[in-house]
Design a protein around this ligand. Structure first.
Ligand SMILES: [Zn+2]
Length: 78
């Protein structure tokens, strides 16, 4: 539901997240997913200095999902 493009030399990044109006979920679930997506994309930025190949891409996606979930659970324990 989002993506990130960064420029290491310029030290800039642009994160895009699907607009809330495009979601087909309840408002609260939409906001949670948008927040999850933002954290997920920020983790990609943090990992951007690591070597990346097509083969490692899936592992990075899984790691970013797991870390985003863990960070959000820390912020909002159930
Ligand atoms: Zn990702």
């Amino acid at each position: 539901m989002g993506n990130i493009h960064w420029d290491s030399d310029a030290k800039t990044a642009k994160i895009r997240i699907l607009d809330a109006s495009e979601y087909r979920t309840e408002y609260r679930d939409t906001l949670k997913d948008m927040e999850f997506t933002l954290v997920h994309e920020l983790i990609h930025l943090e990992l951007s200095g690591l070597p990346r190949t097509d083969a490692s891409h899936r592992d990075e996606e899984n790691a970013a999902d797991q870390m985003a979930g863990a960070l959000l659970r820390l912020d909002r324990p159930q």
